[in-house]
Design a protein around this ligand. Sequence first.
Ligand code: URA
Length: 246
Amino acid sequence: MRINKYIAHAGVTSRRKAETYIKEGLVTVNGQVVTKLATNVKAGDLVEIKGQPIYNEEKVYYLLNKPRGVISTVSDDKGRKTVLDLLPNVKERIYPVGRLDWDTSGVLILTNDGDFTDQMIHPRNEIDKVYLARVKGLANKENLRPLTRGVLIDDKKTKPAHYRILKVDTVKNRSVIELTIHEGRNHQVKKMLEAVGLLVDKLSRIRFGTIDLKGLGSGESRRLSKKEIGQLYNAAAHKKNEKNSN
Ligand code: URA
């Protein structure tokens, strides 16, 4: 098996990140530094990244209803609570598939499967990410329409998004919007809504592809079933195929 695939399979990181480590000379096989991406590894070889051995583990997939006030990294140098603190009994080295901000709640998938992660976060696969945003200000078709064509954030246009206005409260001067996007850029929803003049004051991800939060309270988690994992792969492949046939 190719070395980057082997590392991704071991769940340590994604295949692309593994390539970076290899190019940077941080990967050894049986004690020898390897920098060629074409290197093959076989069972029994000792693969290490920065001196840490890699072991292949059973692939596991969890769904967490992330509360606000928790960061979605596996460790934090400031000692803040991380999403892994909410899954204390998982022995595999899982990590989040993409990120949610500290103050964003909702659907977060965690796994040790790097290939799965690549499929889920690659913008080409256009997995739906559905957010519920409470914003300051009054939403209407006129101010939200640019979101359907794409708005400039950090000098790059966003892919077309889909919105629904769920509530407009003229007394409190705030609105609730459902926004579906297909990318995963940093603070994307907050920046997109800010770009159309609406400041987000509460954000929750209510769906990732085919996965929603049904039956899961804040801070609760569960294993994803084989069927659910299959459905997520299908959602990714479906979009890819749609594009190839166009
Ligand atoms: N967009 C944001 O602005 N924040 C998130 O946490 C997720 C998407």
